[in-house]
Design a protein around this ligand. Structure first.
Ligand code: PEP
Ligand code: MN
Length: 339
């Protein structure tokens, strides 16, 4: 971190300030005294140094970080890819491709079991389904809550597919004890108290990027979970809000490559919520493979026109089957071309 002091700051003032910094943050401070200004360089662990409180000192002209504000997430401190291991030998982040598929919401036992069996047959390795649904309208279907999780566990028992489902409040953590991967939805990406609670678990967390959050904010949210001790975090790019209205959101393909470069965490792409249009799921999935996605999460419903949420973007099981074949073929082609 570099701190430029205001013109006219005396050597004594700079030294006093350096001592404050060393005492408060345990960092080493080197000073360069120029003709016009004094520059301080902070060495050591500067992650806990609050840039805004430094800027509030009267003698400070400007402050700049030269190191990212996240540490546990940072590839610089953990060069190898993190691999998340689940039951049945499933690994996310080891270079293989996993597809998580299932309905937006769990609606009934027959529905979730039918979809689970179908997506498994098509090569999906995990089952998704929302039991707690973050809906824009309070009058829209809110999910089956605890019963929805029970139905997902039944579908897991029938098919062997590990389950992924969204949590909306730390109050519900106990209900998620048998869930394989807990999803934090886009709308809760900066619910810091929830993130801290999830950081105390020993369970993979699928963290979706917020609708209007930057790459760095997403990584800082992952840091919240990891700083509490849970290092099993999976990042998910699910499209962001832009001026474009053709698609529901805009898939930020470059974010996937950037997440992979800046962090060691596995990265998943959600083409269903990014596009909001079934025909875009295939091309967005294939483009995601090219930028290094470790997995895809795709909405599949047995009867999209009658779905209780997100029917318009859901694939039928037959269409998913066709698309999954092409996605796996693209993955093999890419792997052999880039060997
Ligand atoms: C979902 O996965 O069904 C969902 C609500 O996703 P997001 O948080 O990305 O909108
Ligand atoms: Mn959905």
């Amino acid at each position: 971190m570099i701190i430029v002091l205001k013109n006219g700051t005396t050597k004594q003032e700079a030294e006093n300030f350096s001592n404050i910094l060393t005492e408060k943050y345990g960092v080493q401070v080197n000073a360069w005294h120029g003709a016009m200004s004094t520059v301080l360089g902070l060495l050591g662990d500067t992650h806990k140094v609050d840039i805004e409180s430094i800027g509030a000192y009267e003698l400070v002209e400007s402050v700049k970080r030269v190191q990212e504000p996240y540490k546990k997430v940072n590839r610089a401190f953990h060069p190898n890819n993190t691999v998340i291991e689940l039951e049945n030998g499933i690994k996310i982040g080891d270079g293989s491709l996993n597809i998580i598929a299932g309905p937006c919401s769990v609606e009934s036992e027959a529905q979730i079991i039918q979809v689970a069996k179908a997506v498994k047959e098509s090569g999906a390795t995990l089952l998704r389904g929302g039991a707690f649904k973050p809906r824009t309208s309070p009058y829209a279907f809110q999910g089956l809550h605890a019963d929805g999780i029970e139905l997902l566990l039944k579908a897991k028992k029938e098919t062997g597919l590990p389950i992924v489902t969204e949590i909306m409040s730390a109050e519900h953590i106990d209900l998620f004890k048998d869930v394989d991967i807990i999803q934090v939805g886009a709308r809760n990406m900066q619910n810091f108290e929830l993130l801290k609670s999830l950081g105390k678990l020993d369970k993979p967390i699928l963290l979706k990027r917020g609708l209007a959050n930057t790459i760095e904010e997403t990584l800082m949210s992952a840091e919240y979970i990891m700083s509490e001790g849970n290092e099993k975090v999976i990042l998910c790019e699910r499209g962001i809000r832009t001026f474009e209205t053709y698609t529901r959101n805009t898939l930020d393909v470059s974010a996937v490559a950037i997440f992979k470069k800046l962090s060691h965490l596995p990265v998943i792409v959600d083409p269903s919520h990014a596009a909001g249009i079934p025909w875009l799921v295939e091309p967005l999935s294939i483009s995601s493979l090219g930028v290094g996605a470790d997995a895809l999460i795709i909405e599949v419903h047995n009867d999209p026109p009658h779905a209780l949420s997100d029917g318009a973007q859901s694939l039928t099981p037959d269409r998913f089957d066709m698309i999954a074949k092409r996605i796996f073929a693209a993955k093999s082609a890419l792997d052999s071309a880039l060997k």
